[in-house]
Ligand binder design. Structure first.
Ligand code: NAD
Length: 329
C-alpha cells in the first residue's frame, strides 16, 4: 500500500519545475492529483500525461492566480474535476507552490505595480486559496507551502521576493496553530537554488554561476526539483503526522557557512596580512618572499594594507561570496 492511496491532492503551479515534481511524487505515492496551472495548459497536460504514464491519476485545473476571484475559480475547477471522475469532494493535501520572481524588485528598482504583483501571487493568492478551501480540506489533512531559503539570508537583490517568502513562513506557522485542532498540519519548505525551467536561461547565460551556486551549498551541488518534492511528500505522508508549524530547509545546506578550505585560506591571508604589518619577517620565513612589496616600516603608504599592489587584495576579491550576485532561491 502506498502512503497516499485513496487521497486527493492539489498542487498549485504544477505545470513545470518544482510543482511538477511535487505533483508526480504525490501521484506516485497514490494520491489523485489536481495539477493547477496559470495559462500554460499544454505544459499542465504534459504533467498529467507523465503521471498517468507512470500509473498514477491526475487532472489539470487552469486558473491564473492574483485576481480577486482566483481562489473561487480554482476550487470550483477542482470540485468539477473530482465530480467528473466520480470522486467525493474534498482534498487531503494542498501544496501552495505557484510563485513568481527570484531576483527582483530590489529596494532601488522596485516599482509599486511589480511589488503588488509579487505579493498578489506569492502571498495573497495562497492566503485566499486556503481561506476558500479550508472547509474542503479534510480533517487530518496537510498544507505544505513552498517558501525559499531567500527568507533566511540577506541578499539585497532578492529583497521583495524574500519578503513574500518570509510572509509564507509566518502564514504557515500561524495557520498550523489555527488548524491543529482539526489534525491538519501546516509546514513550509524552503528550497535553495533549484535547477528548473525558470532559471535554465540564467544558468546557460552565465556558466560560472553554476559553480558559484554549487559552492554555496554544504552538499556541493545545485538542487533538483525532486530533492524538494521528496521533502514535500514526507510532510504529506502519515509519517509526518507529528510535524507542524515548521519551516523546513530543503536546500542542501545553502549558505550554511564557509567551507574549511575557505576558512583556512582566510586565516592564512590574515596571518600574512598581520605579519606584513609587523615587518613581514614571519611571512617571509614561512612562505618565502611576499607576493607584494610592503615597503619599509614607518612608510604609511606601504603599511595601510595589502591592497595597493594587488597580492592579497586580489585573492580576497576572488573570494567574495557569490551570494552578492543575483542568486535566486
Ligand atoms: P517555476 O516558474 O518553474 O514554476 C512556478 C509555477 O507557478 C509555474 O507552474 C507557473 O505557471 C506558476 N505560476 C506562476 N505565476 C502564476 C499565476 N499568476 N497564476 C497561476 N500560476 C502561476 O518556478 P520553480 O522554480 O519551479 O519554483 C516553484 C516554487 O519554488 C516557487 O514557490 C518558488 O518561489 C520556489 N523556489 C524556487 C527556487 C528555485 O531555485 N527554482 C528556489 C527557492 C524557492
Amino acid at each position: 500500500m502506498r502512503t497516499l492511496d485513496g487521497t486527493t491532492s492539489l498542487v498549485t503551479g504544477a505545470s513545470r519545475g518544482i510543482g511538477r515534481a511535487i505533483a508526480k511524487r504525490l501521484a506516485a505515492d497514490g494520491s489523485l492529483v489536481a495539477v493547477h496551472y496559470g495559462t500554460n495548459e499544454s505544459a499542465a497536460e504534459e504533467t498529467v500525461a507523465q503521471i498517468t504514464e507512470a500509473g498514477g491519476a491526475a487532472f489539470a485545473v487552469g486558473v491564473p492566480l492574483g485576481a480577486a476571484d482566483a481562489a473561487d475559480r480554482l476550487w470550483a475547477g477542482l470540485e468539477a474535476g473530482l465530480a467528473e471522475r466520480g470522486v467525493p469532494g474534498g482534498i487531503d493535501v494542498l501544496v501552495n507552490n505557484a510563485a513568481i520572481g527570484g531576483a527582483t524588485p530590489t529596494l532601488a528598482s522596485a516599482r509599486q505595480d511589480d511589488f503588488d504583483e509579487l505579493f498578489a501571487i506569492n502571498v495573497k493568492a495562497p492566503f485566499f486559496v486556503v481561506q476558500r478551501g479550508v472547509d474542503l480540506l479534510r480533517d487530518g489533512g496537510r498544507i505544505v507551502n513552498v517558501s525559499s531559503v531567500a527568507s533566511r539570508i540577506a541578499i539585497p537583490d532578492t529583497l521583495a521576493y524574500a519578503m513574500t517568502k518570509g510572509a509564507i513562513n509566518t502564514f504557515s506557522v500561524t495557520l498550523a496553530q489555527e488548524l491543529g485542532a482539526r489534525g491538519i498540519t501546516v509546514n513550509a519548505v524552503m528550497p535553495g537554488t533549484t535547477a528548473t525551467e525558470a532559471n535554465a536561461a540564467w544558468f546557460d547565460a552565465q556558466p560560472a554561476l553554476h559553480e558559484a551556486v554549487t559552492g554555496l551549498s554544504a552538499l556541493r551541488r545545485v538542487g533538483k526539483p525532486e530533492d524538494v518534492a521528496d521533502v514535500v511528500a514526507f510532510l504529506a505522508s502519515p509519517a509526518a503526522r507529528w510535524v507542524t508549524g515548521q519551516v523546513i530547509d530543503a536546500s542542501g545546506g545553502a549558505h550554511l557557512g564557509f567551507s574549511s578550505a575557505r576558512v583556512r585560506r582566510r586565516k592564512r591571508d590574515c596571518l600574512i596580512y598581520g605579519v606584513r604589518r609587523a615587518g613581514g619577517k614571519l611571512a617571509r620565513r614561512r612562505r618565502g618572499p611576499p607576493a607584494v612589496s610592503v615597503g619599509r616600516p614607518g612608510n604609511d603608504k606601504a603599511h595601510d594594507g595589502p591592497s595597493r599592489s594587488g597580492g592579497v587584495r586580489e585573492r580576497s576579491q576572488r573570494e567574495v561570496l557569490p551570494g552578492s550576485r543575483r542568486v535566486p532561491g
